[in-house]
Write a protein that binds this ligand. Structure first.
Ligand SMILES: Cc1cc2nc3c(=O)[nH]c(=O)nc-3n(C[C@H](O)[C@H](O)[C@H](O)COP(=O)(O)OP(=O)(O)OC[C@H]3O[C@@H](n4cnc5c(N)ncnc54)[C@H](O)[C@@H]3O)c2cc1C
Length: 287
């Protein structure tokens, strides 16, 4: 590990000042479960590491006029234990539960997971299925974008070097929307996703409404299976249609072929993941 300076500001103003001052050579750290691993292998020192884990502005889970606000510094364990998440977005608990082991979940944060932006991240699919938005803070103030636009590429987000991810918001209209999450790995615990998936929809007068199917580890960024969603939208609920949509999901993904799993195997996981999560949503919607 190369030497670096380490600062622990307690206000967002101080964080932004540090990011601006050292903009060419600065990195943020929160729980450190991704970044400390990366730090061990970087050829060049990051210069200055800004620890944001003490920022009150990044903490807390609360209902606001906009919806359910989850601070970027909230840990996966906090998500799992939170009554508001359990009431309004319980699929997030299923996703958080699959992140690493208890030690990883105690330190690792939602914001860190999204900013690392690897295709296999476990927070992404459920949040995408619930149309989450993110609030970004930079020297010019805050800006809010859809999570789908936050993911730009493998390990690349819409964040500028002098910006900080502040919070994730699940819009008010989507609170309580039935949603399901599933993760497939090489073993049941402590495994990165070969494929993960989340689905959500409302049942409106016996029809699919606002259908979302989100897939992880099958493309450079967590993605929605738009054609499969459209196949269901507005149609009368049926298991046959769910089967068809699950098959269609494969067409939109671009899974890799590597030592962990073949492309064909991942394709079959996409279909199974989409089908099981859609069926789980139907079960939830039917009470
Ligand atoms: C043993 C192990 C198992 C793991 N298993 C899983 C798993 O099963 N599923 C999974 O999805 N992940 C897994 N991870 C990855 C990791 O734990 C998560 O991605 C975690 O949520 C990262 O959060 P963090 O706070 O530790 O991020 P950090 O390591 O602190 O930061 C990660 C990145 O995000 C940036 N960053 C952090 N917070 C902010 C912010 N507020 N604003 C701007 N930039 C920010 C940092 O600069 C860095 O680039 C695992 C990691 C380990 C070590």
């Amino acid at each position: 590990m190369k030497p670096f300076d380490f600062v622990q500001p307690t206000t967002t103003d101080a964080v932004l000042a540090a990011l601006v001052e050292h903009s060419s050579n600065v990195r943020i750290l929160c729980g450190g479960t991704d970044y400390v691993v990366e730090l061990k292998y970087v050829a060049q020192s990051p210069g200055v590491v800004v620890d944001v884990s003490r920022l009150e502005d990044l903490k807390g889970i609360e209902l606001t006029d906009a919806g359910l606000r989850i601070g970027a510094g909230v840990t996966h364990s906090e998500i799992m234990a939170d009554p508001l998440i359990a009431e309004h977005a319980p699929a997030m608990i299923d996703a958080a539960h699959t992140v690493g082991a208890v030690q990883t979940r105690n330190l690792g944060t939602l914001g860190g997971n999204l900013v690392t932006c690897v295709p296999s991240m476990d927070s992404g699919p459920t949040l995408l299925a619930l149309d989450a938005q993110v609030t970004i803070l930079g020297p010019k103030g805050t800006r809010q974008i859809d999570l789908s636009k936050f993911f730009v590429g493998v390990r690349k987000t819409a964040l500028e070097p002098d910006e900080l991810l502040l919070e994730v918001i699940i819009p008010k209209d989507n609170l309580g929307k039935p949603a399901g999450f599933i993760k497939f790995g090489l073993r049941k615990g402590q495994a990165l996703a070969l494929v993960n998936a989340a689905s959500a929809f409302w049942v409106d007068d016996g029809k699919f409404k606002d259908v979302r199917i989100a897939l992880g580890a099958v493309a450079p960024v967590v993605m929605r299976a738009i054609k499969a969603e459209a196949h269901l939208e507005g149609q009368a609920i049926s298991l046959e249609l769910i089967d068809e949509a699950a098959k269609l999901s494969i067409d939109e993904a671009k899974p890799i072929d590597d030592f962990r799993a073949s492309k064909e195997y991942r394709n079959s996981l996409i279909e199974v993941g989409a089908r099981r999560t859609l069926q789980a949503v139907l079960d939830l919607a039917n009470g």
